[in-house]
Design a protein. Sequence first.
Length: 181
Amino acid sequence: MTATATQTYTVIGLTLDVDRTELLIAAVLAGPVADQVELLATSEDDFTRWAEEFNAPDPDTAADLAYAFCRDFGYAEESTAGEYLQRVLAEAGVESTRGAHPGSGRSWIAVATPDGAEILFSGQGRHEAEVDYPLTDHAGWLACGYDEDGGEFTVLYDSQSPDLADTAAAVAAVRASLTTG
């Protein structure tokens, strides 16, 4: 298993108060310093100052995770985890399908790879091997790349995080895998 080294970044910005799904980033700082950042009162009535921490391999990815977190925050209670994951995959330009083992009660999201293999996503914790559960019950994603025969697999992403940014991070790991093969 190959894993990209990550560190914690603090993203600071403004969210639009209309729906709080739009983010304007002011800075990305290395380290978990969101609690130390003093958010000054804003003079604008339409914005709220904002700071959040994200684990990412670089500042640009942390910014992407912050954008995804804010953009998708409004959808969190309207979707199943699988629907939410498919929306984030589609927005990242990754085509996905739903799948299930007949009669097993198990469900997953599948992404085909250029070499004929596939990547399967499932939930973690009490929703292991399924994606059709309320997003509010999210406990992390497991993404595994399977060979053409479906036997050998590689873990591409394994998280026990209930944070919405977990979905964007899982999608980023899969996009990186699709790019590098």
